[in-house]
Design a protein around this ligand. Structure first.
Ligand code: MN
Length: 198
């Protein structure tokens, strides 16, 4: 049974333009993300009963982990985005705004620190805002390649940005900082708020 599926995007492929073009989504979701799903299904035994989260949390380093981690990270990434000016994008942060102020000083400082971490991530990887399950403390983290905060049982991911070159090269070429700067125009704050309330 093909246990792992490629979720549909929660919007049309042109919904995030011009920050992310239709061509970027067609390649990033339609080819890169899909390839991780196809690869994982070929790697899994026919009697696999593990779901995606379980595979990410239990697979040893290697191809199954790499593909499962990338699928989970991309599923999460697409949900972190929303069309500019949509209800999800302009959502009031409510009490999360205060939590960000407390941890980072201001929303602008948080964004600047997130961008800095994402730009400095060497090679391929991801930038994250995560919440500690015990202390509720917010931190910015980066992970390399397919690694993900889901591997740490004490962390709740709130937001991610994909900094693999395939995420931005069509629209921004080598200018990762420009991608990070524009990224905020299409962030799905409603999704982040929902994750923070968990
Ligand atoms: Mn990607």
């Amino acid at each position: 049974m093909p246990a792992i599926i490629l979720p549909d995007l929660p919007y049309k492929t042109d919904a995030l333009a011009p920050v992310l073009s239709q061509e970027t989504l067609e390649y990033h979701w339609g080819k890169h993300h899909r390839a991780y799903v196809d690869n994982l299904n070929k790697l899994l035994p026919p009697d696999n009963l593990q779901n995606l989260e379980s595979l990410v949390q239990t697979a040893p380093p290697g191809p199954i982990f790499n593909n499962a981690g990338q699928i989970w990270n991309h599923n999460f990434y697409w949900q972190c985005l929303a069309a500019k000016g949509s209800a999800e994008n302009i959502c009031d942060l409510g009490p999360l705004h205060q939590a960000i102020n407390t941890q980072f000083g201001s929303l602008d400082t948080f964004k600047a620190q997130f961008i800095e971490a994402a730009v400095k991530q060497f090679g391929s990887g991801w930038a994250w805002l995560v919440k500690d399950k015990i202390t509720s403390r917010l931190t910015i983290e980066t992970t390399a390649n397919a690694e993900t905060p889901l591997q740490k049982k004490d962390k709740i991911p709130l937001l991610t940005c994909d900094v693999w070159e395939h995420a931005y090269y069509i629209d921004y070429r080598n200018r990762r900082p420009d991608y990070l700067k524009a990224f905020w125009e299409i962030v799905n704050w409603a999704f982040i708020l929902k994750n923070w309330k968990k």
